[in-house]
Design a protein around this ligand. Structure first.
Ligand SMILES: Nc1ncnc2c1ncn2[C@@H]1O[C@H](COP(=O)(O)OP(=O)(O)OP(=O)(O)O)[C@@H](O)[C@H]1O
Ligand SMILES: O=C(O)[C@H](O)COP(=O)(O)O
Length: 399
């Protein structure tokens, strides 16, 4: 796997560098509530600026579907970008045409400019050649630092790399290197933890993982579907009974590939989905008919942690329980802390991704201790599913 990085960009003073970043950050009442994605792309922006390039940021925000939607303007993200970078970044009210051209013409070497939401144009999501050419007209070089948007074959994530010399930014590079360690050519044994709400959203993921990992821990709501497929009565737990055959198929594939499937042995059950709801620990074969399993139980946590101790590589997507509400966060927190401790001891390569997973690791206070935590949601999942990522593939094709 090879791609060009910023190391290959030396003599770039005065060059216009179009940098695709992911500024699709959470916003409440017009304010950015989590700047992680901005912080992740800051090193690339700083490095290019220090090398004297004119740094022109391309990004999307929300899904305006080719219309100009004021609430989805990137101008509202600008103050947070200024804060993270500790400098003033310019803004152009359109990513192509006169507004972009005029703002770029006024840039000095090392300046940083943010262009308005690329998705205000229909050509972005269609990867339309005319729109891509209009974007390319503003740059000499293309840098993609938006791994989390790389599963989209859009003009600013894929198309531009065909028109301009293309490079991976520092975050893209770190992400690809970490993912390669995670599932590309990982140290064995490899253990995957997949949790979260539903099997239906992660069928491809589970099918791919059983072929690649030595053990697959299934937790969260999706474990119930597997337990039910096995004939266990899961009471009122979240369960997709219609996916029993899919779950069985995944277990058959796992047996063929000699991948151990680790399902809950016990669970924490409650009758209400709310914080501090009255709860009890039961064997999975004794889930009361009127209760739901909201977390895996202590015996299961012990088994999961034993697998983490055995693992050389861990890939994790999806919490083991309803971690947002205490005490159903206990299993996720325990496994996260154990994985973090093993990583710190140098015994484990731990790679995690997914919006809720990152929130869960932050909740456990260990996100910084993992080898790599991806800020990508859909892109991380598609990568784990073994699907090609257009924004990454095109970087590999660069001569
Ligand atoms: N046993 C359970 N019963 C019901 N809900 C559960 C259970 N276990 C986990 N969940 C819920 O699953 C949700 C997370 O699932 P999801 O599949 O979205 O995770 P993710 O893949 O990390 O996140 P994202 O989809 O943002 O990438 C959480 O809101 C959590 O409360
Ligand atoms: O938030 C994300 O996962 C990325 O920015 C991609 O956004 P999208 O799902 O709207 O393409």
């Amino acid at each position: 796997m090879t791609f060009k990085t910023l190391d290959n960009l030396t003599d770039i003073a005065g060059k216009r560098v179009l940098v695709r970043v992911d500024l699709n950050v959470p916003v409440k009442d017009g304010k950015v509530t989590d700047a992680t994605r901005i912080e992740r792309v800051a090193p690339t922006i700083r490095e290019l600026s220090e090398k004297g390039a004119k740094v022109i940021l391309l990004a999307h925000f929300g899904r305006p579907k080719g219309e100009v939607v004021t609430e989805m303007s990137l101008e509202q993200i600008l103050p947070a970008v200024n804060d993270v970078l500790g400098r003033k970044v310019g803004f152009a009210a359109d990513c192509t045409g006169e507004p972009a051209a005029a703002a770029i013409a006024a840039m000095g070497n090392g300046d940083v400019l943010l262009l308005e939401n690329t998705r205000f144009h229909k050509g972005e999501e269609k990867n339309n050649p005319d729109f891509t050419a209009a974007l390319a007209a503003n740059g000499d070089i293309f840098v993609n630092d938006a791994f989390s948007a790389a599963h989209r074959a859009h003009a600013s994530t894929e198309g531009l790399a065909h028109l301009l010399p293309a490079y991976a930014g520092r975050t893209m590079q770190a992400e690809l290197e970490a993912l390669e360690k995670g599932l590309g050519n990982p140290a064995r044994p490899v253990v995957a933890i997949v949790g979260g709400a539903k099997v239906s959203t992660k069928i491809d993921l589970l099918m791919n993982l059983v072929k690649k990992v030595d053990a697959l821990v299934i937790g969260g709501g999706m474990a119930n579907t597997f337990l039910a497929a096995r004939g266990t009565n899961v009471g009122k737990s979240l369960c997709e009974h219609d996916l029993a055959d899919t779950a069985k198929q995944i277990m058959i594939e796992a047996a063929t590939a000699t991948c151990a499937i680790v399902l809950p042995e016990d669970g924490v059950v409650a009758r209400e989905f709310k914080a501090n709801a009255e709860n009890q620990v039961v064997d999975v074969n004794a889930i009361p008919a009127d209760a739901m399993m909201l977390d895996v139980g202590p015996k299961t946590v012990e088994a999961v942690n034993a697998w983490i101790s055995r693992a050389a590589t861990l890939v994790w997507n999806g919490p083991l329980g309803a971690f947002e509400i205490a005490p159903f966060d206990a299993a996720t927190v325990s496994a996260a802390k154990h994985a973090a401790a093993r990583t710190k001891e140098g015994k484990l390569v731990s790679v995690a991704g997914g919006g809720d997973t990152v929130a869960a690791l932050n909740h456990a206070g260990v996100a910084d201790d993992f080898t790599y935590v991806s800020t990508a949601g859909g892109a991380f999942l598609e990568w784990m599913e073994g699907k090609p990522l257009p924004g990454v593939d095109v970087l590999h094709q660069q001569k």
